[in-house]
Write a protein that binds this ligand. Structure first.
Ligand SMILES: [Zn+2]
Length: 358
């Protein structure tokens, strides 16, 4: 194994370890399944651009999500160094979740603060390995995601497996902090969106610690990997299958699937095209929610609005304070118009779904 970089915590625990692969060229498994990533084109960079001697150009403004999964480009955060060390010609066959053990930003952190953290992470990888930022994508507590080393370029995230895997990194330390619902939701969306695209359809997702001597991605995030796996792309249960929902008050893909079964809409665990304005104020809405700027609404929410007796002219398929209040009244829980963590309304909904009703 080539030289690695370790970040140690209390008692010498290795919280994260970064390193290159031994082999110079990654194994090619199969051609890119296409389509290529659809992010906006990045600012062209000359190959092997040397370190800048002047200050980098100001970053581009962050563009709020408008598609199923939005990942801000390298140019948006002001990437200054090489984009990995070589081009990989096949999709990944494994996906590893990491944590960065760098600053723990607030869910309310600004885009500028997150971009600064991206450049700090890039500096670490550049200093240690000379190949720019180590991870493929970095997800912040706000739920925003930024492209690190491009999907088809090799990074230094999972030593020995960089050529055949890709990485989703949570910014911060999740041995000691909890990931936010927005982070889990974003990571689930990325994992789902990458199937058959950045990685093979069946590529498993695991924690870095499954394959290296490290605590990464931290016990609190490791405990949530099932929620990331449960995002878009996993197999829905057959209609009529017993509920078995965990009554935890978090409305993620599993709850949506059961709701879709009961309401007779397409069963995919996804609530499509919801207004991003309602994401952060409703932390109990977790995986499978698709937050966009130009919301069109979803069939499952429209069906729910009908079921709970909202008038026809209010059935727009979008979650929001009005719909949440109507749902809370319908379920007999406190009416405050928001879905909090461990929401009583969601628990009531989950109990009903487990009884085979809405
Ligand atoms: Zn790691």
């Amino acid at each position: 194994m080539a030289e690695t970089y370790e970040i140690k915590g209390e008692g010498g625990v290795v919280l994260e370890v970064l390193g290159p692969d031994d082999q110079p060229q990654g194994e090619v498994t199969e051609p890119w399944a296409a389509p290529e990533p659809t992010e906006a084109p990045e600012t062209p960079e000359a190959p092997g651009t040397p370190e800048p001697t002047t200050a980098p150009a100001p970053p581009e403004p962050y563009v709020e999500p408008t598609a199923t999964v939005n990942i801000a480009t390298r140019a948006s955060w002001g990437a200054r160094y090489p984009d990995g060390d070589l081009t990989l010609t096949g999709p990944a066959v494994e996906v590893w979740v990491h944590h960065s053990v760098t600053a723990q930003l607030s869910p309310d952190a600004s885009v500028a603060a997150e971009a600064e953290q991206m450049r700090a992470l890039e500096s670490v990888g550049q200093t240690r390995f000379g190949t720019g930022i180590s991870y493929n994508v970095v997800v912040f507590p706000s739920g925003r995601a930024y492209q690190g080393v491009s999907w088809n370029r090799r990074g230094t995230h999972t030593g020995g497996r960089n050529s055949t895997s890709r990485s989703i990194c949570f910014a911060g330390n999740y041995e000691t902090n909890n990931p936010t619902a927005a982070q889990i939701s974003t990571a689930a969306a990325i994992y789902g969106a990458g199937k058959g695209r950045w990685w093979t359809q069946g590529a498993p997702l695991g924690g870095h610690r499954d394959v290296s001597q490290t605590a990464c991605p931290g016990r609190n995030l490791y405990a949530r990997l099932d929620d990331i796996r449960a995002g878009e792309g996993s197999t829905p249960p057959s209609p009529g299958e017993p509920g078995g929902l965990t009554v935890d008050g978090f409305w993620g893909s599993s709850t949506t699937r059961r709701l879709q079964q009961e309401l007779g809409t397409t069963v995919d665990g996804v609530v499509s095209s919801q207004s991003i304005a309602w994401r952060d104020v409703n932390p109990g809405l977790t995986t499978g929610w698709r937050w966009v700027t130009d919301a069109q609404g979803s069939r499952v929410i429209a069906a729910l609005q009908r079921k709970i007796g909202m008038p026809a002219d209010q059935r727009d398929g979008k979650i929001g304070p009005q719909t949440i209040r109507a749902l809370q009244r319908y379920l007999g829980t406190p009416v405050d118009g928001v879905i909090s963590r461990e929401s009583r309304a969601v628990m009531a909904l989950q109990r009903r779904l487990n009884q085979g009703r809405v």
